[in-house]
Write a protein that binds this ligand. Structure first.
Ligand code: URA
Ligand code: SF4
Length: 205
């Protein structure tokens, strides 16, 4: 894919970026999406949370993490002593990916090529927010900010270095809590996410 780079404007305020992203043709995902979903939150936030890509509800409304995963994420944030409006929340990929195999109306995780194509928007958000730390929610998000694949269970307990040099805490995607069939496991993953969000707030060394 050609990538988003040529669509990223010089202006670095959130609304200009979001408007320009709506016209991005950096990969094919724009074609079947209803809305672009750009990051939201204070541009002086200390934490930048990065998800995977918009889901069904996000695609409809053009806002990140407003469905079930978003509600769960808000609960995690609250338990970790944070509120949604003090963090910047975005996704590694800005348009929804609809599944072809599973029939219409089924979202699918973005591929490595979409994540790569969309990275210039993350670059622009990083320049705009200059967060102290990044929290990657799930493996695709980690791929977006680290440029490589990691295993969540093996990566949680250490800080990683993002492509921009900023420290990254890798944790689960909120959907991992929602989708786990075993309720004790759901609780456990939730608690781990809270721990990870607390760790992300520790002062820099
Ligand atoms: N899941 C994500 O990764 N991002 C969203 O914005 C919503 C659900
Ligand atoms: Fe551009 Fe990203 Fe949308 Fe692809 S997913 S068209 S790179 S904004």
């Amino acid at each position: 894919y050609p990538g988003a780079e040529q669509f990223v404007p010089e202006q670095r305020n959130r609304d200009d970026l979001a408007m320009a992203a709506a016209d991005c043709r950096g990969c094919p995902l724009y074609k079947d999406a209803e809305h672009v979903v750009f990051g939201e939150g204070p541009t002086d936030a200390r934490l930048m949370l990065v998800g995977e890509s918009p889901g069904r509800n996000e695609d409809k409304q053009g806002r990140p993490f407003i469905g079930d995963a978003g509600k769960l994420l808000e609960r995690v944030l609250e338990e970790a002593g944070l509120s949604r409006d003090e963090v910047y929340i975005t996704n590694a990929v800005k348009h929804i990916r609809w599944s072809v195999e599973d029939g219409p109306g089924n979202p699918k995780a973005p591929g490595v090529k979409h994540i790569q194509a969309c990275r210039p928007w993350l670059d622009a958000e990083m320049q705009m927010v200059t967060p102290q730390r990044i929290v990657a929610l799930g493996t695709r998000a980690a791929r977006g900010v680290l440029g490589q694949e990691v295993t969540i269970s093996k990566s949680r307990d250490q800080f990683h270095t993002s492509l921009w040099g900023v420290e990254v805490v890798v944790t689960y995607h909120p959907a991992a809590v929602l989708r786990h069939p075993v309720s004790e496991e759901r609780d456990r993953i939730f608690e781990r996410m809270v721990e990870d969000l607390r760790r992300a707030q520790r002062p820099l060394e």
